[in-house]
Design a protein around this ligand. Structure first.
Ligand code: PMP
Length: 291
């Protein structure tokens, strides 16, 4: 039997202030967001029934909306409460949580005046983004064809739906070519991030990670930087050129969905799944599971 589609499941979705039946959480085809990408979203994980860093995600959602020129019509407290309620209403313990805010079908056109902001939060079971085997052996990334745009070309600090257009193209191409994901450079040719996660490298006992000036400064990225500091591992945020990967010993991705996931290959470069990487994977696991 094929997996259930995302519009045809049992459960509840919080939709504009109410808990509605999963199958009733719909939008019209003439929804502004569908045509013009006026949509922002979050990806959160609940561990043991509790959403990790919920308030930070909620604040980012509200801020993403502001970057796209709209105000999410609920307070941070209300959104936090709704996210917790959705996890509970669906009887979930370990879950992925997806809040989304978008311009509706009140008007049509590139202009946004007259459109209303809608908000929904869904949650479902989603154990491992890359699968347990790939997580142990390390992922294989290809070099992406698309570049992350400059901060004056796209709203790069928002978690905005439109930014995922090129991410999907890169992710699909990587799968067609037999890879797990793709490493995207930015408009300057500097190492940026994967299609849905940030990247770190290890060299001579120090971690190196790109400066997030044209891509998301992930909540997991900042969490892992704190974990590294607790282990007295220096973290250097700097410009990283792709050729430098030749000399890097270890590499890993960070993200809410990806958690800490080691890499064994990026294009022509190879890495070992080494001690620092394994230590931070374990530290992250312990933190989110409150061990
Ligand atoms: N970059 C992109 C493009 C992402 O989609 C994500 C996942 N939200 C991240 C980075 C990592 O962000 P976070 O750690 O906040 O999940």
């Amino acid at each position: 039997m094929s997996a259930p589609t995302f519009d045809d499941r049992d459960g509840y979705i919080w939709y504009n202030g109410e808990m509605v039946d999963w199958r009733d959480a719909k939008v019209h085809v003439l929804t502004h967001a569908l045509h013009y990408a006026s949509s922002v979203f979050e990806g959160q994980r609940a561990y043991g029934g509790e959403i990790f860093k919920l308030r930070e995600h909620t604040e980012r959602l509200i801020n993403s909306g502001r970057i796209l020129g709209f105000e999410v019509p609920y307070s941070a407290d209300e959104i936090d409460q709704a996210a917790n309620d959705v996890v509970k209403a669906n009887g979930l313990v370990d879950a992925y949580v997806r809040p989304v805010a978008w311009r509706g079908s009140e008007m049509m056109g590139v202009a946004t005046k007259g459109s209303k902001i809608h908000v929904a939060i869904a949650a479902w079971e989603w154990p491992s983004y890359f699968g347990p085997e790939a997580r142990m052996k390390g992922l294989r990334l290809e070099m992406a064809e698309w570049k992350r745009p400059a901060a004056d070309t796209a709203p790069t600090q928002a978690k905005a739906a439109g930014l995922y257009m090129i991410a999907s193209l890169c992710k699909d191409a990587s799968a067609e070519n037999g890879y797990d994901d793709a490493l995207m450079l930015d408009y300057r040719g500097q190492v940026a991030e994967a299609t849905g996660a940030n990247i770190f490298f290890l060299k001579d006992g120090k971690l190196h990670t790109p400066i997030p000036d044209c891509f998301l400064d992930g909540i997991t990225r900042r969490t892992v930087m704190d974990l590294a500091k607790k282990r007295n591992i220096e973290v250097i945020e700097r410009v990283i050129m792709p050729e430098e990967m030749e000399g890097f010993e270890q590499a890993f991705l960070t993200g809410t969905a990806a958690e800490v996931t080691p890499l064994c290959e990026i294009g022509p470069y190879t890495f070992e799944v080494g001690e620092v990487c394994k230590t931070l994977m374990q530290d992250y696991d312990d933190l989110v599971n409150r061990r």
